[in-house]
Design a protein around this ligand. Structure first.
Ligand code: RM4
Ligand code: MN
Ligand code: MN
Length: 397
């Protein structure tokens, strides 16, 4: 049974939870082996806003949409006016801005880590252009992911590339306005399979620290080797005031971009728990951008997103149930079984009745998936977009 005090803790947690949706999560994507096109997928920026607006409309916790500059604003700041009007039309705000310095042919051997200074400059120009887009849209965060690396031993000077990255990120930092942040994402491998320039959280941390105080680390849950203790990384970054944001997704093997919590929901719970325990202990709100970074190649895109958000809300609510006072006491006494039970008890509690109450009290449907299905939106867009999508332009998210 959930006590009144526990229900209050859940309500308080959910009132402050925001999860950003990725524009690319609504587009047709696939694997390197091919793509199965979905008739209802979004292929224009307006369709992406419209679909993301649906997810926010039914869940109430997704007020922002992450934008990919190359895919969503191919003309840079000249597209900002249009995007601003779409944000108003669909009841969303532009969220993090993602530069793309990996798709153009010039980036074959890297972007900020490329041995050719002209390519490094081109990458920096695009990133600074993305900062300008962020300013135009009133977006706070610039999300930086780099595909840079090499495929064979000895083919690149790893130390030189590190210095070039430090220079490029420092120059990026210098372009940020007050209140803006840059989030440095890491990934162990793919597309490079020998070395990746920013391969883990330590490299991202060092580069973010050397860039300046507005730089933080972005943790993508899919960007770790199997069995890495991600919540420990989270705890360290929180303690160092260096955790800027998350890209949520789940994985079994590599960067699978599966639905959050579909493989290991306890891990997501443990991550949320570290954050909420930090907040309880310090009395400070952790300033973290929660974002989704998933590719729904087979599931319906809007439904997959609603399923993800529902999962995030449930796991966050469960983490809010942890009895922090009791846990702290158990930890200091090394009462192992009782300490672990603080987490297990919270994780095994059915929080759905409280979430339903919370939703209804906020004017939201008790069951967002059902409400979306009843709305007829999917049938409408399937009819509208079907033909166009069969000859579709696709992106590689
Ligand atoms: C990467 C990484 C980035 C995303 C790209 C497309 O694996 O997760 O965040 O922008 O994919
Ligand atoms: Mn990511
Ligand atoms: Mn990824």
């Amino acid at each position: 049974m959930i006590t009144d005090r526990q229900a209050d803790a859940i309500v308080q947690a959910l009132d402050s939870l925001h999860i950003e949706l990725p524009s690319w999560g609504f587009a047709n994507t696939g694997t390197r082996f091919g793509k199965f096109l979905q008739p209802a997928a979004a292929s224009t920026i307006e369709e992406k806003f419209s679909d993301a607006g649906q997810v926010h409309h039914w869940t109430g916790v997704c007020p922002t949409i992450a934008l990919h500059v190359l895919w969503d604003l191919p003309n840079g700041v000249r597209d900002a006016h249009h995007v601003r009007s779409l944000a108003v039309k669909y009841g969303l705000r532009a969220g993090s801005i993602n530069p793309n310095v990996f798709q153009d042919q010039i980036y074959k051997f890297g972007s900020l880590g490329n041995p050719d200074p002209n390519v490094r400059q081109a990458a920096l120009d695009h990133i600074l252009g993305s900062v300008a887009v962020a300013k135009e849209l009133g977006s706070r965060d610039l999300s930086l992911w780099f595909a840079d690396g090499s495929n064979y031993p000895g083919t690149q000077n790893i130390r030189h590339r590190r210095k070039w990255f430090a220079e490029g990120l420092h120059a990026t930092h210098a372009g940020l306005a007050d209140g803006q942040r840059m989030l440095v994402e890491y990934k162990p491998f793919e597309p490079a399979f020998y070395h990746t320039d920013i391969a883990d959280w330590g490299m991202a941390l060092v580069l973010a620290q050397s860039a300046g105080p507005k730089a933080k680390v972005l943790v993508d849950t899919g960007h770790h080797y199997a069995s890495q203790n991600i919540e420990q990384v989270v705890a360290w970054l929180l303690d160092l005031d260096m955790l800027g944001g998350f890209h949520f997704n789940d994985r079994r093997y590599a960067d699978d971009d599966l639905t959050m919590g579909s493989i290991d929901p306890y891990q997501v719970f443990r991550i949320f728990h570290e954050i909420l325990h930090f907040e309880w202990e310090t009395g400070k709100r952790a300033d973290i951008a929660y974002m989704i970074d998933q590719s729904h190649n087979l599931k319906g895109k809007i439904e997959a997103m609603i399923q993800t958000v529902t999962c995030a809300v449930e796991l966050y609510a469960k983490a809010a149930l942890v009895d922090h006072e009791k846990l702290a006491e158990c930890q200091s006494k090394c009462a192992l079984v009782d300490a672990e039970s603080c987490l297990k008890d919270a994780f095994s509690t059915d929080v759905r009745p409280v979430i339903r109450e919370w939703s209804l009290s906020r004017g939201l449907p008790a069951d967002p998936m059902d409400a979306f299905r009843q709305s007829g939106y999917l049938e409408t867009i399937t009819a509208e977009r079907g033909q166009k999508n069969m000859a579709a332009i696709t992106s590689y998210a």
